[in-house]
Design a protein around this ligand. Sequence first.
Ligand code: C2E
Ligand code: MG
Ligand code: MG
Ligand code: MG
Length: 291
Amino acid sequence: TLGGTTRLPPATLPPTLDISMSARAITRRELESALHKREFEFYYQPKVSMVTGEICGAEALIRWIKPDGTLVLPGAFIPQAESNGFINRLTLCMVQRLIEDIDRINQRGVPLPISFNVSAHDFQNRKLVNLLMAAIERGEIIPEQLEIELTETVVLNDCPVVIDNLNTLKTLGIRLVMDDYCRGFSNLGTLARWPFSTIKIDKSIISQVEQSEKELSIVQSSIQMAHNMDLDIVAEGVETESCYRLLQNTGCSVAQGYWISPPLPMASFLSFLKEGRHWPSQLLGMLHMAQ
Ligand code: C2E
Ligand code: MG
Ligand code: MG
Ligand code: MG
């Protein structure tokens, strides 16, 4: 079913959101069972180059689709998986899934860089990095196509195995993205010490840039710093055209957010790529040329 000529499955109704899940603790047993039944999948949210207006990558975001069609967001089960120790197994299985997905994307002729999120726990042993290394050796993935988004919590606990993992990823050619930049403590020393190639400014800052001089200057300084350090910079949570234009004028290089596209199930993501990007990029491209 992975063949390039296979027809896409018919579009399914959008799943309804299950809010009740967040109200109670999800047990490890429930998570085990859902994993076993392949109820976890990735949605893909496009990233767009603010320079060319082209789609230049995507972030894989985990979703739990229950048999009755309800959709559970990661906020309702990733913290539980982290505290009950299930996260390591979940990550390893989902990376396997990611490799299959990337293969499908590539077969459509669009080898975009794909990023995925990891928890601090995933770097406290060598399993994830070993899995990635083995997949690269078998030729299942190209390291340059893979990006790992991690937050400060991963590097704050800088025990030798974490350091070793990060350096191995760097050596392999897998790029590291500092996620949620400016949300936590955002220790600048972290950026200097670790081999990040990209910083991603948190949506809590991006959502304020139009209303607040303070947030705008944080973004401006971050962009300046990123340029000086030769890092790429991504703005997450771009929800309006005016926000997009402001960030573009500020020199931000990549944007991600609802205004471009929400995270999409694989089939919709593939048609999004194929059908010429149903986001306002066409219009923006013209505005760009008119300037
Ligand atoms: P994140 O990595 O910072 O992902 C960005 C979140 O912002 C996503 O929420 C995305 O759907 C949402 N978002 C995107 N565009 C907009 C926008 O324009 N406005 C607003 N308000 N939100 C937007 P989501 O998918 O619920 O994921 C939440 C968090 O869960 C992620 O934050 C990430 O830390 C974690 N997560 C997601 N997938 C995985 C995974 O596979 N493994 C692990 N360990 N964590 C994951
Ligand atoms: Mg992320
Ligand atoms: Mg995150
Ligand atoms: Mg974030």
